[in-house]
Design a protein around this ligand. Structure first.
Ligand SMILES: [Zn+2]
Length: 130
């Protein structure tokens, strides 16, 4: 039986699912001119955020292959995106979507390197206690 209280819970569940599926939980400006459009509809993330997300797909690959990287390399791969974003934010120059994709991918892969390396270090350290 459905009452106002359970209907409210369903509404919250639907809203949370819409936020998750629509990627609304990711902070992004979602400017139409900086977002990809497929079949006439705007993707819920800009080119930069989408590219970072795609770069994160490297994390399970690095973990499965037991690949470890120098942390400085992962940090270094984030610098182009930080420089691109900062100089545009300060209105020193204007970026473009191709540059946002490339720097976003580098950032996502760099973050994946740091995440995978730290995860492998942590798991090896924890396994010493088992
Ligand atoms: Zn974005």
């Amino acid at each position: 039986m459905q009452n106002a209280r359970t209907a409210g819970h369903q509404d919250v569940t639907v809203l949370v699912l819409k936020d998750v599926i629509g990627l609304r939980f990711i902070p992004c400006h979602r400017m139409p001119s900086r977002s990809p459009h497929w079949f006439g509809r705007q993707f819920p993330l800009c080119y930069r955020c989408l590219s970072i997300l795609i770069g994160y797909l490297a994390t399970p690959v690095f973990l499965a292959a037991n690949l470890r990287f120098p942390i400085w390399l992962g940090v270094l791969l984030n610098l182009p995106m930080l420089i691109d974003g900062f100089t545009q934010y300060r209105k020193w120059r204007t970026s473009n979507n191709a540059l946002r994709v490339v720097t976003g991918l580098l950032s996502g892969v760099g973050q994946s390197m740091v995440i995978a390396t730290c995860s492998l270090w942590l798991s090896a350290w924890l396994l010493r206690w088992v």
